[in-house]
Ligand binder design. Structure first.
Ligand code: URA
Length: 239
């Protein structure tokens, strides 16, 4: 069981030092009684702050429609980021909310965000081969053999030691296609199309595994249960 001050700081409410002041001011209840010691251990489910239960004590998992123009980085010098879209308290959580894989600044579409680092590792590992579907618009008509090139499993991108795993190309129109890949190498989709002689002008991720954006507007998110990918986690609350 965590200490109250640890709980409040890990969920982004306040620093551990501030937690003492919050307890002193009577803002924290444990099982309906005012807490008197910020160092006392408490179950997240028993704690109220300013009359409300704790904010997502068992973890966050968000499906975001990433707009073009935001980076997937916590480095403020890289410019406006997807994390700027989130409420401040979520941005202060520790472990931090991070993206499961990244989309380029100029790519839009489905991006998962979570504070569960084990999930990030699992879903980005090439071992798990999660299919990701991208819609690409390119600058010229697709060459006739592009589908075969991507499907073959021999496409070698510059600077990589292994060829790309087989990927499926579905042509929608002469300059628009859907590409399904199971890896997540740096700028992979843009580099694959470049290797095939076309430049990607617009890129959008439509699916991640079984998940789709539906009619979620750009810049908005949907919450998923934190144990969405692993119901076994539900039996062991993280806090
Ligand atoms: N591949 C890319 O080239 N860019 C992305 O954002 C995602 C996959």
């Amino acid at each position: 069981m965590p200490r109250l001050d640890q709980l409040l700081s890990s969920l982004g409410y306040c620093s551990r030092r501030e937690a003492r002041a919050w307890v002193g001011a009577g803002r924290i209840l444990v099982r309906g009684q005012p807490a008197d010691d910020a160092g006392a251990k408490a179950l997240a489910a028993d704690v109220n702050v300013d009359g409300a239960p704790l904010d997502h004590p068992n973890g966050l998992l968000l499906l975001l429609h990433k707009p073009v123009g935001l980076v997937c980085s916590h480095e403020t010098r890289e410019g406006p980021s997807v994390y700027d879209l989130l409420p401040e308290r979520w941005r202060r959580r520790n472990p931090a909310v991070t993206s499961i894989g990244r989309l380029d600044k100029e790519t839009s579409g489905l991006l998962l965000l979570t504070d569960q680092s084990a999930l990030v590792h699992r879903l980005t590992s090439p071992k798990h081969k999660v299919p990701k579907v991208y819609r690409a618009t390119v600058d010229r008509n697709f060459p006739a053999d592009l589908g075969a090139l991507f499907a073959g499993g021999t496409l070698q991108l510059e600077g990589e030691d292994k060829p790309c795993a087989p990927a499926e190309l579905k042509i929608i129109s002469p300059r628009e296609a859907e590409l399904t890949i199971t890896e997540g190498r740096y700028h992979q989709v843009r580099r694959m199309f470049a290797a095939g002689g076309t430049t990607v002008l617009a890129l959008h991720r439509a699916r991640f595994g079984e998940l789709e954006l539906g009619d979620l507007p750009a810049g908005q998110w949907r919450e998923l249960p934190p144990d969405f990918f692993d119901p076994r986690l539900a039996a062991t609350p993280s806090r």
